[in-house]
Design a protein around this ligand. Structure first.
Ligand code: KG4
Ligand code: ZN
Length: 335
């Protein structure tokens, strides 16, 4: 069965075709970063309007690239939430209309399940069971994953998400939107040892996280520097490196703790922060002596995309977990 998937939860319009037997056939993505940049963050109304503009051309592109006709599609999938309400409605409405017009089943997918299973789009593909570290702009969670739909929450952030810590710290340093990649880039030329930042909950003994204190610590350093004449370019790079090092150290330590606690040897990292090169390198190095292994989604599929939504739907279909009744249209969107 070929599934056409739509992602529109935030500032990326993603469309993809995935075959339950052959895997990813084609995917297309439009990012709204340039549009939101001048506002320093995502403007929900602009996001919704842009999804409307992009979704049909992207769908055409995917069908063309995969050499598919509309009649080849067996089911439609869409991100049902969480996300921006108006943005979600665009993907859901298009998917439901498409399904209704062609009498196809429509499968609502939880955005985080999309991220969670996205490392299975890489080669090699991790086998179940595994521990998943889900690190996006809105979530930071550790999960035990025993199979499709079998997810046990092991720990999560009590306040800000890891991506939020990157973004908010970047904003405090005067870096543009989106802050995470900008901060990571600047950190490359910085010396992390120049600023001593806290590692919140590193020794809390559980698998929870907290990043709001780190953001406050960054603010304190920025204010102190401003009082002393402001951060120069090297100072900003050093603070960026220190911030990245603090976030990555906590994420890696808790992920390793989760592996030890569950006795599992596979760690899957998903969500936008999974694109962070320091996190990747740190986990690769730390897992080797434990005879464990980290799996990451292909870089292009770390942040939001349609491939992960179509793929999660395909995995649900294969596991018998999707309702394939074309008449059972439940229009679900949960912001
Ligand atoms: O998964 P995602 O695209 O959207 C959500 O579902 O939230 O994640 C976006 C987050 C943002 O906070 C962004 O700053 C962060 O991922 N991010 C990064 C990097 N690339 C994206 N954070 C650190 N280093 C990166 N290279
Ligand atoms: Zn996401």
């Amino acid at each position: 069965m070929i599934i056409l998937g739509f992602e529109s939860s935030c500032d990326e319009t993603g469309v993809a075709a995935v075959c339950t037997e052959r895997g990813l056939l084609a995917h297309a993505l439009h990012t709204q970063i340039a549009m939101h940049q001048e506002y320093g963050g995502v403007v929900p109304e602009l996001a919704s309007r842009d999804h409307i503009r992009r979704v049909v051309p992207l769908t055409r592109q995917v069908l063309d690239e995969a050499g598919l006709q509309m009649s080849d599609i067996g089911a439609v999938a869409y991100t049902a939430g969480p996300g921006l309400a108006g943005a979600l409605l665009v993907g859901a409405s298009v998917a439901q209309s498409f399904a209704w017009a062609r009498h196809l089943p429509a499968i609502g997918i939880h955005h985080l399940e999309g991220h969670l299973l996205s490392p299975m789009l890489a080669d090699p593909r991790p086998d179940f069971p595994f521990v998943a570290l889900l690190v996006s702009g809105g979530h930071t969670q550790l999960m035990r994953v025993d199979g499709v739909g079998q997810y046990e929450l092991l720990g999560e952030t009590l306040d800000d998400a890891a991506g939020e810590a990157f973004d908010k710290s970047a904003k405090l340093m005067g870096l543009g939107y989106p802050g995470g990649p900008a901060l990571a880039k600047l950190a490359g030329s910085g010396d992390a040892a120049r600023f001593d930042l806290p590692r919140p909950m590193l020794h809390s003994g559980d698998l929870d996280f907290s990043f709001s204190g780190l953001k406050t610590a960054v603010l304190t350093r920025v204010k102190a520097a401003e009082a002393a004449g402001g951060l120069d370019e090297q100072g900003r790079a050093d603070l960026a490196a220190a911030t990245q090092a603090a976030i990555v150290e906590v994420l890696a330590a808790k992920a390793i703790r989760a592996l030890k606690q569950t006795g599992l040897k596979r760690l899957v990292v998903a969500g936008g922060v999974g694109a962070n090169q320091l996190l990747r390198a740190k986990l690769d190095a730390a897992l080797k002596p434990l005879k464990a292994r980290a799996y990451f989604p292909p870089l292009a599929l770390c942040t939001d995309n349609g491939a992960m939504i179509a793929f999660a739907a395909a995995e649900r279909v294969k596991a018998g977990l999707a309702t394939l009744d074309a008449d059972a249209h439940s229009f679900t969107v949960k912001p």
